[in-house]
Ligand binder design. Structure first.
Ligand code: PLP
Length: 388
């Protein structure tokens, strides 16, 4: 369990991104937190050690990352995991057979799979609700409900849910409220400030930002909850290695710079797509015609680089995805390089076709993760691919 120092919460966001949770290495003064590539630590005598006994339980590189991201989310305790799904797995282990979870119906496919295909075997029950409307969440409540779990914006339809309203609902009933903040990042949205108890990240995405590791993180403010999650982190042991923690920590230092660029280019490209006659619906929370634009402006400071758009014809979607030259056709998101994906056949292939259509996820939908390249080059690339 890694607790941040108090001053880590008082400095500005960009300062904390660079410094929070890190001190020069006590041995050499190294400015970058070393990669403590060790499984164990020598003890001076029986029961006498520096607070480090075994690296599943404590690792200084991991602790620096945990403090850093906890500070960025405005929380007090961070817990790093080997992947975003391992972090969700730890949340679900807070519960027991018979407990009921209300989950957003449009969450990340792997999150849905972990709940429906694994945790139902252990007696947890799940309802999947369209969280754009809080009444759908209220209707899903049962006497066994213990957790509300959501994502906003969602992938790839960019549905938003009202974090403060969900936080109030969870608090009124004594439920835990957990939010997957992978898309918005703490740069643009801080769920703990809206009443969330737990924030989850796939650090694989924007927090690392360079597409060179897989990782997850949980951040909480409450000490009692931190103790329970810390127990699970150590007891289940899905911890990341120190090299991956180092890579993520290097990434978070530039998070505000990268997010500003993703956001600036994202807005430009979304507007450009909206103006094209050969493109159908464009899904981006920063567009004034997004049905939840007011909510987006209320709870988000920026809209980022994730855009979905419909090219009205599945064969054309395939051509565009294969014709781009700078955008890489790939799963994942949030790196410095721009990616394009076809959700119906890639990230959301496991979602039943009827459910896909119900949420507007057609076979002609494409999804962009806009990177930090020159936006004019990205526009020219999309232009030539759409004309082809
Ligand atoms: C990628 C992703 C996950 C899963 O994270 P992994 O690191 O791949 O396990 C969870 N939620 C969202 C929103 C994601 O994009």
């Amino acid at each position: 369990m890694t607790q941040i120092r108090d001053h880590d919460l008082t400095l500005g966001f960009a300062t904390r991104a660079v410094h929070a949770g890190q001190l020069p290495d006590p041995l050499s003064g190294a400015v970058m937190t070393p990669i403590y590539q060790t499984s164990t630590y020598a003890q001076e005598g029986l029961g006498r050690h520096k607070g480090y006994e075994y690296a599943r339980t404590q690792n200084p590189t991991r602790e620096a990352l945990e403090r850093n991201i906890a500070s960025l989310e405005g929380g007090r305790f961070g817990f790093a995991f080997g992947s975003g799904l391992a972090a969700l797995d730890a949340i679900l282990k807070l519960f027991k057979a018979g407990d009921h979870v209300i989950c957003g119906f449009n969450v990340y496919g792997g999150s849905h799979r972990l709940m429906e295909r694994l945790y139902t075997n252990f007696g947890l029950t799940f309802s999947f609700a369209d969280m754009r409307d809080i009444r759908n969440v209220e209707r899903a409540i049962t006497p066994a409900t213990r957790l509300i779990y959501g994502e906003t914006p969602t992938n790839p339809m960019m549905h938003l849910s009202d974090l403060s309203a969900l936080g109030d609902l969870a608090q009124a009933h004594g439920y835990l409220f957990a939010v997957d903040n992978t898309f918005a990042t703490p740069c643009f949205q801080q769920p703990l400030a809206h009443g969330a108890d737990i924030v989850l990240h796939s650090t694989t995405k924007y927090l690392n930002g360079h597409s060179d590791m897989i990782g997850g993180m949980l951040v909480v403010g409450r000490e009692d909850l931190a103790e329970r999650i810390g127990f699970i982190q150590n007891a289940s042991g899905a911890v990341p290695g120190p090299m991956d923690c180092f890579l993520c920590l290097r990434g978070t230092k530039t998070l505000p710079l990268r997010m500003a660029r993703h956001d600036q280019s994202g807005r430009r490209i979304a507007e450009w797509l909206t103006g094209r006659k050969d493109v159908g619906k464009v899904y981006y929370p920063g567009l004034p015609d997004h049905p939840q634009f007011d909510l987006a402006r209320r709870q988000m400071k920026g809209f980022g680089g994730m855009i979905s758009f419909d090219v009205n014809d599945p064969a054309r979607a395939r051509r565009v995805a294969e014709r781009v030259k700078i955008f890489a056709l790939a799963e994942s998101l949030g790196g410095v390089e721009s990616l394009i994906g076809h959700p119906a056949s890639m990230t959301h292939a496991a979602v039943p076709p009827a459910l896909r259509l119900e949420m507007g996820l057609t076979d002609s939908l494409l999804r962009l993760s806009v990177g930090v390249e020159e936006v004019d080059d990205l526009l020219a690339d999309l232009d030539q691919a759409l004309k082809g």
